[in-house]
Design a protein around this ligand. Sequence first.
Ligand code: IMP
Length: 200
Amino acid sequence: MRIILASNNRDKLREVREILEPLGYEVISQREAGCRIEAEETGETFVENARIKALAAMKLTGMPCVADDSGLEVNAMGGAPGVYSSRYCGELSYAETCQKIINIVNCSDDRGARFRCAVVCCFPDGREIVCEGTVEGTVGTMLEGENGFGYDPLFIPDGYAKSMACLTDEEKNAISHRGRAFRELAKKLAALNDGADEGE
Ligand code: IMP
């Protein structure tokens, strides 16, 4: 089954391909589907923003489209940057932004944090599937690792002694917020197809 991912983020596309292709899904980007848009993320939740992106691509392509919205929540920052994770950097690089967050957390006694991911799949007939995934962890005391992207170098998943950026893609996808949300999507899509087959 072919899935259109409503994202222009190459890192996400790579990870989603690695997660869904072994499960039998071909993932193509919205650009490959001939859809060049950057929907404005005006929602207040990950689910709302994922729905905005998936709906915009679905309306342009006329095909079922999937989008993810994700981000980092830091306890010491009251859950920020959350849905503003990509915009939080402003003019700073990710390395500088990660260091800024580490400095904030160093002044608190709570290093807790989590990555969240919401996935919404919109169908032209108005149906939608919503899935969510979370990975809990802590903010490290220094940046570590070269893999992954974004805030991975500061995030130490629970049960690990190293940051998410020290994990291979395969190791990250096995525990990540995105891995969990997209594997749930694959299950729900399979159940939908089974239901359709039974109805024939
Ligand atoms: P959006 O979902 O495209 O709005 O952007 C999500 C932002 O959250 C990314 O640009 C990263 O800053 C951050 N983020 C989401 N998932 C991850 C991840 O797996 N690792 C590191 N940072 C992430």
